[in-house]
Design a protein around this ligand. Structure first.
Ligand SMILES: Nc1ncnc2c1ncn2[C@@H]1O[C@H](COP(=O)(O)OP(=O)(O)O)[C@@H](O)[C@H]1O
Ligand SMILES: [Mg+2]
Length: 408
C-alpha cells in the first residue's frame, strides 16, 4: 500500500537531534554535553560500559526527566529543553558586571550594565522559550501536521473535477485534521528495556500489557484492540493463545518479544532499544536482533540501539556513538569506527571483542583505558572534533594533530 500519510517534512532527514544534552543528578553528571543526530531509517548504536549514561540518555529523550541543559528535537520539534545553561549565563553576566564595574568610571559602568541587562534579557527569553516548548511540543507538532494536511489537500480539493470528488477529498482532509489534533508526539518514540522481567507487570496478562498504550491513546473498541493484539503477537513471532497468559509463563526471549509488541502497537517512528538482548542467552540474542531488523525494514523504523559492548551493535548499526562517563568520546559510521578507532577508550572496547579466529584469539590483547595516563587536559581542554567527514573524536589540539597524522 502506498504511504498516503500526511507527514511533516524534516530537514536533512534528521529524525532525532540531541543537542548538548546534560542530565545531572545532583553532583552526578550522568549525561554531560552529549550531541548526536539520528537520521530517518537509520540504526544508531550507543555504546559504553555500565554506568556511562546510556539509559539516562534514552530516558531523557522520551521526557522522563526535566533535562538539565541542552535540547532534544524530534521530527523538527523541540521536545525537551533544559535551562541550566541559561541560568548559568545570567549568573556569569552578573559576576562579570560586579568584577569589571568595581573600578570603572560612571560611563563605563553604565555601558557594562547595559551589556549585562542585554544578556539577562536574552537568557530570560531562552528560559521562556524552553518552558513553552517543554509544555507545548505536541501542540507545535499538531500545528505542523495540520499545515502539512492543508498543503496536501487544498490544491486537490480546489482542483477536484466533480462534486463527489470534492466531497470525498474534503472528508479525507477533515479526517486528517481530526487525527492530527489527537497526536501525541512523544508516543512516536517507544522504548524497549533491558530487563524483560522487570519491565513487564507480572499481574497483567499479555493482552493487557500489549494493549495498554492503545487504551491510553483513547481506543475503546474492544474488537479493534483484540485484533491489534493478535496482529502484534504474530508479528513478533508469538501466537494468539499467548494473549491470556502472564509474563512469568514465558522465557526471556519471549518476554522481550512481548516488550517489542507493546512498543510496535503504538505505531512508532522510532524505537529506543536499551540493551534489549543483554539479559538473554547468546543463542537467543540473535533472534531478537533479527526480529528488530525485520520490523525495521517492514515499518521503516529508526532505531537507537543501546549496548554495553561493540560486538552486539557491530553489524546492526549504521553509525555508532561511544560514551564514557557521561561524555560522547567518539562518533563515526560503523565501518569507519572499526577500521579507524582513534579514541583510546574505543580501542579498549574493541580489544574486548572476541573473534572466531583461534590465531587472533591467542594473540588478542585486552587494552585497558586509563584516562589519566592517556590524556593531558590540564591546559588544553578536549572537545568533540571532526577528524574526517562524519568521524568525530573527543580530543584537544595535540591529540587532534596526532589523530590526523594517523589517518594520513
Ligand atoms: N535517577 C537517578 N538518580 C541518581 N543517579 C542516577 C539516576 N539514574 C542514573 N543515575 C546514575 O547515572 C549514571 C548513569 O546511569 P545510566 O544512564 O543508567 O548508565 P548506563 O545505562 O550506561 O549503564 C550512573 O552513575 C547512575 O548511577
Ligand atoms: Mg543502562
Amino acid at each position: 500500500m502506498p504511504d498516503m500519510k500526511v507527514e511533516v517534512p524534516i530537514e536533512d532527514d534528521v529524525l532525532l537531534k540531541v543537542d548538548h544534552l546534560c542530565q545531572y543528578f545532583g553532583p552526578m553528571k550522568a549525561v554531560d554535553d552529549v550531541s548526536f543526530t539520528v537520521k530517518k531509517g537509520e540504526v544508531f548504536g550507543l555504546v559504553g560500559e555500565s554506568g556511562c549514561g546510556k539509559t539516562t540518555t534514552g530516558r531523557s529523550i522520551i521526557k522522563l526527566y526535566d533535562i538539565t541543559s541542552g535540547s532534544v528535537y524530534f521530527k523538527g520539534v523541540r521536545v525537551c529543553a533544559g535551562k541550566k545553561s541559561f541560568y548559568d549565563a545570567i549568573r556569569e553576566a552578573r559576576k562579570e558586571f560586579r568584577e569589571k564595574s568595581r573600578d570603572a568610571s560612571p560611563e563605563e559602568k553604565a555601558a557594562l550594565k547595559a551589556k549585562m541587562d542585554a544578556i539577562i534579557a536574552e537568557q530570560q527569553e531562552n528560559i521562556k522559550k524552553a518552558d513553552y516548548d517543554n509544555k507545548n511540543c505536541d501542540k507545535e507538532y499538531i500545528e505542523k501536521l495540520r499545515a502539512a494536511a492543508e498543503e496536501k489537500y487544498r490544491p486537490l480539493i480546489d482542483s477536484a473535477a466533480t462534486a463527489e470528488e470534492k466531497a470525498r477529498l474534503t472528508r479525507e482532509y477533515r479526517n486528517e485534521l481530526r487525527k492530527a489534533s489527537k497526536t501525541k508526539l512523544i508516543t512516536k518514540i517507544q522504548m524497549i528495556f533491558q530487563d524483560p522481567i522487570a519491565s513487564l507487570d507480572p499481574r497483567m496478562t499479555v493482552r493487557e500489557i500489549i494493549s495498554e498504550g492503545l487504551l491510553i491513546q483513547g481506543e475503546k473498541d474492544q474488537k479493534v484492540i483484540e485484533q491489534k493484539v493478535y496482529e502484534m503477537l504474530e508479528l513478533v513471532g508469538l501466537v494468539r493463545e499467548h494473549a491470556s497468559r502472564y509474563p512469568h509463563e514465558f522465557s526471556g526471549g519471549q518476554r522481550q518479544r512481548i516488550g517489542v509488541a507493546r512498543s510496535i502497537i503504538m505505531n512508532p517512528d522510532m524505537i529506543i532499544a536499551d540493551e534489549p538482548v543483554s539479559a538473554l542467552d547468546v543463542s537467543i540474542q540473535a533472534q531478537v536482533i533479527n526480529l528488530l531488523n525485520d520490523l525495521r525494514e517492514k515499518f521503516g523504523l529508526t532505531i537507537l540501539f543501546i549496548a554495553h559492548n561493540l560486538s552486539v551493535v557491530k553489524y546492526f548499526s549504521d553509525r555508532i556513538g561511544v560514551m564514557y562517563y557521561g561524555k560522547l568520546v567518539e562518533l563515526a559510521p560503523s565501518d569507519e569506527l572499526f577500521l579507524n578507532p582513534l579514541h583510546p577508550y574505543t580501542r579498549s572496547l574493541l580489544s574486548a571483542i572476541p573473534l572466531p579466529d583461534p590465531l587472533y584469539e591467542k594473540t588478542r590483547q585486552r587494552v585497558t583505558y586509563n584516562p589519566l595516563a592517556e590524556h593531558d587536559y590540564s591546559v588544553d581542554k578536549p572537545s568533540l572534533r571532526e577528524v574526517k567527514p562524519g568521524h568525530f573524536v573527543m580530543c584537544n589540539q595535540a591529540e587532534f594533530d596526532r589523530y590526523m597524522a594517523i589517518l594520513k
